[in-house]
Design a protein around this ligand. Structure first.
Ligand SMILES: N[C@@H](CCC(=O)N[C@@H](CS)C(=O)NCC(=O)O)C(=O)O
Length: 201
């Protein structure tokens, strides 16, 4: 029996969220680690837009958006109820804000030299106000973003916050305004699930 094939890049936050959902749902798959500068022709034939992750299913379907891969995986199996842990509208709003508003600020913070309209600290301040402070407020109320337990929103967003934290680990480690967010990041990234999907291929 052929397995789904996941075209992935280890450090890509979109690919990480896809791998998290597939592993959580216990979906076996063949991992194809892609060099972003030299994408394989078979991947580009399936998905000409050229981003990872891409999931090629045995029935021929191609899922080429990380969220579609997460949703598909959770339809196969959702043992801890990531979909039901919070209202769908709230989950979608948080993920939308992450993908459409936070990610561009994260990129500007990370590659500040390419975005001289603000300093690196300036981009960081904007990202903190836009995303990290509202997350901190949520996490003051419960250990996960929308509830006492993990929802899809936590797992779709955590790879991006991880990347943000890695830009300046010293700042991240001592920023007084984000204690609950730091705890949340440590809990999720320290979990066996997260560790398993970050193993070097
Ligand atoms: N909307 C896409 C975004 C995926 C994406 O932008 N992935 C990046 C890597 S993190 C990529 O493949 N970029 C293409 C490149 O760098 O050539 C998704 O959710 O899957």
């Amino acid at each position: 029996m052929s397995l789904p094939v996941l075209y992935s890049f280890r450090r890509c936050p979109y690919a990480i969220r896809a791998r998290l959902a597939l592993r959580y749902a216990d979906v076996p798959y063949a991992l194809r680690e892609v060099a972003l500068r030299d994408k394989p022709a078979d991947m580009l034939a399936l998905s000409p837009k050229g981003t990872v992750p891409v999931l090629h299913l045995p029935d021929g379907r191609v899922l080429e958006q990380s969220l579609d891969i997460m949703q598909w995986a959770l339809k196969q199996r959702d043992p801890d109820g990531w979909l039901g842990a919070a209202p769908t509208s709230a989950i979608n709003t948080w993920i939308h804000d992450n993908d459409q508003r936070f990610k561009p600020l994260l990129d500007r913070y990370k590659y500040a030299e390419r975005h001289p309209e603000h300093t690196r600290e300036g981009w960081r301040t904007q990202a903190q106000a836009m995303m990290l402070a509202p997350m901190e407020a949520q996490l003051q109320g419960h250990p996960f973003l929308l509830a006492d337990r993990i929802s899809l929103a936590d797992m779709a967003i955590v790879p991006f916050v991880r990347q943000f934290a890695q830009v300046d680990p010293d700042w991240w480690g001592q920023e007084a305004a984000l204690p609950a967010l730091r705890q949340w990041l440590d809990t999720l990234t320290g979990s066996p699930l997260f560790q398993a999907v970050m193993v070097k291929p």
